[in-house]
Write a protein that binds this ligand. Structure first.
Ligand SMILES: *Cc1c(COP(=O)(O)O)cnc(C)c1O
Length: 449
């Protein structure tokens, strides 16, 4: 039975998202009474008639005249029931009109940027950025004629505006791209400030345009991977599009690669048309795994956050730790960072960065001695992971830039999982004090750990 022909039960979308994840948008009657949405593992769909196939294609291509027709299933690069049911659930967390799921976070980012940016357009972006995004913005977009301009977390609204105006490209500004909290330094960018700046350039364009339809709208796009979709809701702060690496918290089990975008129906339609042409869609099996993941999203993220608070409080007191960077530890002395945290984050998250004494050597010694916590990049999974940003995820960032951003040689990034906090702390302790543990595990001491 075609899920598109049966509207979702009214009101279900108004339940708390953690409730809606258990049923919204899928009815067992569609699939032999199966409680779970099946994996519709098929590349293509049978059309009821040739005329229906013609209509579906015209609708997929955005041809007018089909306002009252129902779109049907065509081919899994264009649409697939498992993927669409996932998108219908995913949008509820951000209270978005629509969502689009992709084969990776990078395909969500690249497809969205290529949907809206044209040669000569200006892209304003925040620093620091996820490594892949940094590379896409710096080495791919300029080759297509897109102008790029970066700003720093400590820059004020006025400084950013005068920087845009000084570039002489204010009229060409098309998008403000923000990653907050930034990976791996947890720097915060004020999303309201970014969307206000975008609105002020949109207003200037409206004043100059011959007709409102011809005015360029400046879009605010936020990478919400670190906080979302639980601890930060950029659409409510004025953003137009929210992007995710769904590989991280949304997938949450370190067993898939995926990405997502949420936003208005019209923006998501544009993004999905580009996705169909670029082929950056995800497959039904990954979508099916993500449906499973969404059922426990809230409890996983809450458990990880509760653990992170305990771990961060313990790390601060450890003599081998020079500095702990955790959102939950921000206070008045951190100036604008604390104010932004208070006004836009609903939680402190579960990402901790900390500086181990002894520079790279000290950090490596710690990482090499971890037992339970895995030495791996990625984040947001059920298991805790640790890595060294300076030589791994951010090895491409120029050395001076690393230091100015706080990516010092002793910096370690920890993604806290859902284990028992005491076990994580015990593992961190033995890895921070390997010589101490060595003494006690020396055969001469009879393994008195
Ligand atoms: C991992 C990550 C990405 C890229 O996502 P992939 O799923 O690996 O393609 C983008 N942004 C942030 C903040 C990330 O952590």
């Amino acid at each position: 039975m075609d899920h598109r022909r049966i509207p979702p039960v009214q009101g279900e979308e108004n339940m708390a998202p953690e409730t809606a994840m258990l049923g919204y948008g899928y009815y067992p009657e569609w699939s032999e009474g199966a409680v779970k949405c099946p994996n519709f593992q098929t590349s293509t769909f049978v059309f009821p008639t040739a005329e229906a196939g013609k209509t579906y294609f015209e609708m997929a291509m955005g041809k007018p005249g089909h306002e009252n027709d129902t779109m049907g299933l065509i081919y899994s690069r264009i649409n697939n029931p498992t993927v669409e049911i996932l998108e219908n659930r995913l949008k509820l967390w951000d209270k978005a009109e629509a969502a689009a799921v992709f084969s990776s976070g990078m395909s969500a980012i690249s497809t969205t940027l290529l949907t809206f940016l044209r040669p000569g357009d200006l892209l304003l972006y925040s620093n620091p950025l996820y490594g892949g995004t940094h590379k896409f913005i710096h080495s791919i977009l300029p080759a297509f004629g897109v102008e790029i301009l970066g700003f720093q977390p400590n820059q004020t609204r006025e400084e950013i505006i005068s920087m845009i105006d000084a570039s002489g490209l204010g009229k060409k500004l098309r998008m403000i791209y923000v990653e907050t909290p930034a990976n791996p330094t947890n720097h915060l960018i004020d999303i309201r400030m970014a969307s206000d700046i975008a609105a002020s350039y949109t207003a200037k364009n409206l004043a100059d345009a011959k007709s409102p339809e011809m005015a360029r709208r400046v879009l605010t796009v936020v990478d919400n991977t670190y906080m979302g979709p639980i601890w930060q809701h950029p659409l409510q702060l004025g953003a137009d599009i929210v992007l995710y690496s769904a590989t991280k918290y949304i997938g949450g089990h370190s067993d898939l690669i995926a990405g997502a975008a949420t936003g208005s129906a019209s923006l998501m339609t544009a993004v999905k048309r580009m996705r169909t042409v670029m082929g950056t869609n995800t497959d039904s099996h990954t979508a099916w795994l993500l449906l499973r993941s969404l059922e426990t999203l809230m409890i996983r993220m809450n458990a990880a956050e509760a653990n992170a608070k305990e771990v961060a409080a313990w790390l601060v007191k450890h003599p081998a730790v020079e500095k702990v960077i955790y959102l939950g530890h921000l206070n008045e002395s951190d100036g604008n960072q604390y104010a932004i945290y208070k006004s836009q984050c609903k939680g402190a998250g579960a990402m901790i960065s900390f500086v181990v004494k002894g520079g790279e050597k000290g950090a490596f010694r710690f990482l090499n001695h971890l037992h339970h916590i895995k030495l791996a990049v990625s984040l947001g999974g059920t298991e805790s992971l640790a890595e060294h940003p300076g030589t791994m995820t951010h090895s491409d960032v120029p050395e001076e830039e690393k230091l100015s951003l706080g990516i010092v040689p002793g910096l370690v990034r920890l993604s806290v999982g859902v284990e028992r906090a005491a076990d994580l702390i015990a593992d961190l302790q033995q890895a921070l004090e390997p010589e101490h543990v060595h003494l006690h595990t020396d055969p001469a001491f009879g393994h008195i750990l």
